[in-house]
Design a protein around this ligand. Sequence first.
Ligand SMILES: [Zn+2]
Length: 147
Amino acid sequence: MPLFVLFDTRLVSRIISTIVGDPEFVILRQFRDLQDADLAKSALESADFECYLRDDMTIGMNWGWSYALGGVKLLVRKEDVDGARQLLDQIPTGFNVEGVGEYKQPRCPQCQSLTIFFEGLGGRQRHCQSCGHAWEESDDGSSQKTP
Ligand SMILES: [Zn+2]
């Protein structure tokens, strides 16, 4: 079986564009999170805009590179920039899918309740809805009482 049937032309042109750059395409937006980028891309595709992501594979492998590379870039055709931007402006952004990968359900260390709120920058602050206990989750998953 010939190998080329595994690739469709869009994928091939996407790979070429990623490597050499494509003067017909410009960066419409940059995303820190792959999920947001994917969401925007599928929204554009469903409206028949031609688009692709750059650096998504690299960043998918190593989140730390997202900052170094300037995030995942969403590219569209030059002539589609205005229309694509208008479309994306109508989509609510900034939500993240909680629980991607390994996720430990946090418990209140005081009353063992699972009804926990996440607060603060980086989402480290925890707040128990049941008993009102507040604490900070550390990297190893243990709990520390907030001073
Ligand atoms: Zn509690």
